[in-house]
Design a protein around this ligand. Structure first.
Ligand SMILES: *Cc1c(COP(=O)(O)O)cnc(C)c1O
Ligand SMILES: [Zn+2]
Length: 380
């Protein structure tokens, strides 16, 4: 294993990866896993990946697990990247995360975080979730023999509630948004001593999501696209993909210009877009969030500063789209590309059309959209 330490994303305070960790003990910010990339460079070559398993565990050296026997897997990752040939773009691809266990990319984060939690002896995990993260956590915990306690807004998609119930989680429905669910979950965690797996309040879900970036690089033969468009809620995927690109650059596996990272949000809940446009350093709470895209209904992402930093460091952008534009994009992707996207994933296509209209992107750019999950989980 190449993990050296955990490091605070804000004050850089080091933390041990051998103990259970949540956020920075100094300043309360997200902890990031730091690898010894100099040593990895010596021991691992791109070619070593060829012929490995078609799951995210093919990138084992990039992950914080020491022994393969400790992996909890349901076959997550290594999802297809499909060329979108019928939408009028020259070089447009869609990474289709709907093929993951539980139908969304949330499986990636949970596979790694639950594996690590079991190694550290954690018996109970608590999570506030708009639906998909709770469903993924429930199934990985079922496999790992860990008790999952999930707190979901009452209006979470029905399928996700059903997934949690059928897989034996302790399910709590909360009035309000994921922020309200978060408050209840936090209090319960403290009272019961349960481990809090909230987005970016522990270091390992990010590592699982990071593998999307590794897969993108390998698929494009280590020549990254010009643009990656990502539907941003809590921001784990965006930050994770960018972290992967940085690690690959340090390893010398990729070079040249990095992709522009673009966040798409729903116009009924667009705190990141607002902060980006107003040149703010942190993200303020969005009042009365409203959108059909449950995964984007995050009124105040905990790692807002990190999200904004990725957008700016990558020379990226942020844009919002209406629910109506999302509906139309779901239909277009289904009818022209044969993909039943989740509303969050479809939002990236709606955003792309706007960005081209506004002259921010060109039809000739090499563009990758992230379809983060399956339309089957929403039935819109
Ligand atoms: C959670 C979720 C998102 C948002 O992901 P973040 O990494 O938290 O920004 C997007 N799409 C779907 C389907 C989700 O479940
Ligand atoms: Zn800190």
């Amino acid at each position: 294993m190449f993990v050296e330490r955990l490091e605070c994303s804000n004050c850089r305070a080091p933390h041990s990866h051998k103990e259970i960790q949540t956020v920075c003990k100094n300043c309360g910010s997200t902890l990031l896993v730091k690898y010894n990339l100099v040593e990895m460079k010596d021991k691992l070559k791109k070619e070593d990946l060829l012929g490995r398993e078609g799951t995210l565990w093919r990138y084992f050296e990039f992950l914080p697990i020491k022994y393969r026997r400790d992996i909890i897997t349901l076959g997550e990752g290594f999802t297809p990247i499909l060329k979108a040939s019928n939408l009028g773009f020259r070089s447009l691809w869609i990474k289709d995360e709907s093929l993951n266990p539980t139908g969304t990319f949330k499986a990636r984060g949970m596979a790694v975080a639950v594996s690590k939690a079991r190694i550290l002896g954690i018996k109970d995990i608590v999570l506030p979730s708009a639906g998909n993260a709770a469903a993924a956590l429930s199934f990985y915990c079922a496999k790992a023999g860990i008790r999952a306690h999930v707190f979901m807004p009452e209006d979470s998609p029905d399928v996700t509630k059903r997934e949690c119930i059928v897989s034996g989680a302790d399910v709590h429905l909360v009035k309000g948004t994921i922020a309200d669910a978060g408050k209840v979950a936090k209090a319960k965690a403290k009272e019961q001593g349960w481990f809090d797996m909230s987005t970016l309040k522990e270091p390992y879900r990010l590592e699982g999501k990071k593998t999307m970036g590794l897969e993108i690089a390998e698929y494009f033969n280590w020549e990254l696209p010009d643009v990656v468009i990502y539907p941003t809620g809590g921001g784990t995927g965006l930050i994770g993909i960018w972290k992967a690109f940085q690690e690959l650059k340090e390893l010398g596996w990729i070079s040249g210009e990095m992709p522009k990272m673009i966040s798409v949000q729903a116009s009924g809940c667009a705190p990141v877009v607002k902060a980006f446009k107003e040149d703010k350093e942190s993200v303020e709470e969005w009042k009365n969030p409203k959108t059909i895209a449950a995964g984007l209904k995050v009124p105040k992402p905990f790692a807002g500063k990190l999200i904004l930093k990725v957008l700016r460091d990558s020379n990226g952008f942020a844009i919002s789209v209406t629910d109506e534009e999302i509906f139309n994009a779901i239909k277009d992707l289904a009818r022209y590309e044969g993909i039943y996207a989740c509303p969050e994933g479809a939002a990236t296509y709606a955003g792309l059309k706007k960005l081209v209209n506004d002259g921010i992107l060109s039809m000739d750019d090499r563009i990758l959209l992230m379809n983060t999950g399956s339309g089957l989980k929403y039935l819109l």
